[in-house]
Design a protein around this ligand. Structure first.
Ligand code: MSP
Length: 629
């Protein structure tokens, strides 16, 4: 039984790369657990209370709930577009969550873990976190995010965090719950340096869960982190012993390194206080930067996951994020690095292998692949492949997803290299047909095994591969092909290339095209259009302008023989003599301009087609001066 969670995302802003990263890791793990045949439950959702959300809503003249509804839906839509396989989409404004938080607060209170006092210290609204003066950075800024903090002095209830210090340390030691393992020491040092009791209610704003009624203290709302963390339990309908209650404790909470403290210190203490079992693992990933810099709106370098997916496709995006950085390390989003991964790994190693197998089997054996001779000829390759797959599974169990992918691609290289090494086309020529066919079968089996293990990362592409080899991506094939080292026969069908090579960056292009469209197409009213006068004109004469590569000078004739001189930048695309006696379209009520020493009275219209300009003219001859509209 495996329950895994992403953090629930704050609704103060729209989804960004960091959110997509955590969610894609969780999705990959959930798909992997399901593939293994584990009963799996995957939760994601939104964190909607607290001062930060209240402020964000009021800046947009909205009520916190309305605002939260809107952004929460945006997150959900994005995950649906990305085909994230979550089972529960949880929100902290859901009634069953509110009920559970109140019940848990009461239980902590009854267990004498909560007392009333006064909090005096600093608060970072962006991190929703308390700090003492000595913890702050220069100018009293937040040590975690660097933003300004507020000095707060207010009545507050406290949770006896200090009481749990030794128990938390013991948990780290005995259960070894922190992934990657190297993050454990930082936590141990932090906890050993002394845990202070934690302020768990606020009175200076309203947007949060009120205290349980029995406590009759209406001016307090519950601290947003206490509220948010309990989503992991409330969503299982734990209080009512709902059908999902059996999933607790969680197998893994996935978090970013910035929120490890809340999950690995506060959360276990809260759980111990209410007598609930602790999660098995808390896995913390690093942060993404953009071309080496922290992403921020003010720098304008925030990566929008949807834009990347629109430009490169979901599968390439998933692969890049998961492959590029070791789990736990920070990573840099660099478009060229993404392109390199697509071209050299997805297209060359994976896509090509499939087309080679399909091509060879069509040529040599009527699309039928038989595994009967693989052991005879390629025992050492089989052993090597087995080792790579075993390593891959160990790595993904430890959430070392980049290493798991690395091992799978080693197996793909092994297949590709075997083709170059044994040259099946020469084997066929030399009448070693049996060996040639065994080689194709070796490669098909390696690809099928890799495909099964790769399917949690690249679900769509792996479906295509499975279809081309004619087998199913399911648990029994996982058991047979991957765990039991079985070999299969296949029958191939041709399929489209899996990944097209990328010649030049698409992202800047997509963004700039979007900008162009946005900037150049403001909506106008019909009266604005009425101000524009476009007419058909006859080209009486046309010539190049000395010293200008671009410009042509036109003598045009309009209605009643009216003559005009107009300059146009189309010299690269037309010879003047070809245009004489043809009709063109002219914007006639444009202010006169002096270009290259010539007066130009109007603008000849042309369409931009790639780098070219193409003149526009009426489909049939019309009277000179005819109005266009
Ligand atoms: N609401 C809390 C979590 C409560 S869980 C009970 C929260 N939300 S968040 O929206 O601010 O952040 C969610 C996740 O996004 C965190 O895991 C955080 O580490 C991650 N990221 C935010 N920016 C990031 C990057 N630039 N790179 C990678 N992940 C980052 O915290």
């Amino acid at each position: 039984m495996r329950y895994l969670t992403t953090p629930i995302y704050y609704v103060n802003d729209v989804p960004h790369l960091g959110h997509a990263y955590t969610t894609i890791i969780a999705d990959t793990l959930a798909r992997f657990y399901r593939l293994q045949g584990e009963e799996t439950l995957f939760l994601t959702g939104t964190d909607e209370h607290g001062q930060k959300i209240e402020q964000a809503a009021s800046q947009r003249n909205s009520s916190p709930k309305e605002y939260a509804d809107k952004i929460s839906l945006e997150f959900k839509k994005l995950w649906d577009k990305f085909e994230i396989s979550y089972d529960i989409y949880a929100r902290t404004t859901d009634q069953r969550h509110i009920d559970l938080v109140k019940a848990m607060f009461l239980k902590m209170f009854e267990n004498e873990d909560i007392y009333k006092g006064e909090y005096e210290g600093h608060y970072c609204i962006s991190c929703e976190s308390f700090f003492t003066k000595t913890q702050l950075h220069v100018n009293e800024t937040c040590p975690d995010c660097g933003k300004a903090t507020n000095l707060v002095k207010e009545e507050s209830y406290f949770f006896k965090l200090s009481k749990y210090q030794e128990k938390i340390l013991k948990w780290y030691e005995e259960a070894d719950p922190i992934l990657p393992k190297n993050k454990k020491n930082e936590l141990i040092n932090f906890v050993q340096s002394g845990l202070k009791d934690l302020s768990i209610t606020r009175t200076s704003f309203d947007w949060g869960i009120k205290l349980p009624q029995n406590l009759q203290d209406d001016k307090h709302v519950i601290y947003v982190w206490l509220d948010a963390l309990f989503i992991y339990v409330s969503s299982l309908d734990y209080l009512n012993s709902g059908k999902n209650a059996k999933f607790w404790p969680a197998h893994i909470h996935l978090v970013g390194k910035d929120i490890l403290k809340f999950h690995a210190i506060y959360w276990p203490a809260f759980l111990m206080s209410v007598d609930l079992p602790l999660p098995k693992f808390i896995a913390a990933h690093g942060w993404w930067t953009k071309d080496g810099e922290k992403m921020s709106k003010s720098k304008g370098n925030v990566i929008k996951p949807k834009e990347v997916v629109d430009a490169y496709g979901m599968e390439a995006f998933r692969y890049f994020l998961l492959r590029e950085v070791p789990f736990g390390n920070d990573g840099d989003f660099n478009e060229q690095a993404l392109i390199n991964r697509i071209n050299s790994e997805l297209s060359n190693e994976l896509g090509n292998l499939l087309s080679r197998i399909v091509g060879m089997s069509a040529k040599y054996s009527d699309n039928k692949i038989s595994c009967k001779d693989i052991h005879t000829f390629f025992q050492s390759e089989l052993e090597l492949c087995k080792e790579y797959l075993k390593n891959a599974i160990n790595h993904i169990e430890q959430v070392q997803i980049n290493k798991y992918l690395e091992e799978l691609f080693k197996a793909l290289s092994l297949a590709n290299l075997s083709i170059s090494k044994y040259e099946p086309w020469n084997l066929i020529k030399n009448q070693e047909t049996q060996k040639a066919n065994a080689l194709v079968a070796l490669c098909a089996n390696i690809l099928a095994k890799v495909c099964i293990l790769l399917s949690p990362t690249l679900p769509k592409s792996c479906e295509k591969i499975a279809k081309a080899l004619n087998f199913e991506l399911n648990t029994s094939n996982y058991v047979n092909l991957v765990l039991n080292d079985d070999l299969y026969d296949f029958e191939t069908t041709s399929c489209e290339p899996l990944f097209i090579k990328i010649e030049k960056p698409l992202l800047a292009q997509a963004v700039s095209i979007e900008k162009e469209i946005k900037q150049e197409s403001p909506k106008i009213k019909i009266d604005d259009f009425a101000k524009i006068e476009i007419k058909v004109a006859l080209v009486k004469n046309c010539e190049n302008i000395k010293g200008s590569e671009k410009l042509l000078r036109f003598d045009l004739e309009l209605e009643n023989g009216e003559q005009r001189q107009v300059l146009s930048g189309i010299a690269k695309f037309y010879k003047p003599q070809d245009l004489i006696n043809t009709q063109v379209c002219v914007l006639t009520n444009l202010k006169k301009a002096k270009i290259f020493g010539y007066e130009s009275d109007g603008m000849i219209l042309s369409a931009k087609s790639g780098d070219k300009l193409v003149l526009i003219s009426p489909k049939e001859l019309v009277q000179n001066g005819s109005l266009i509209g």
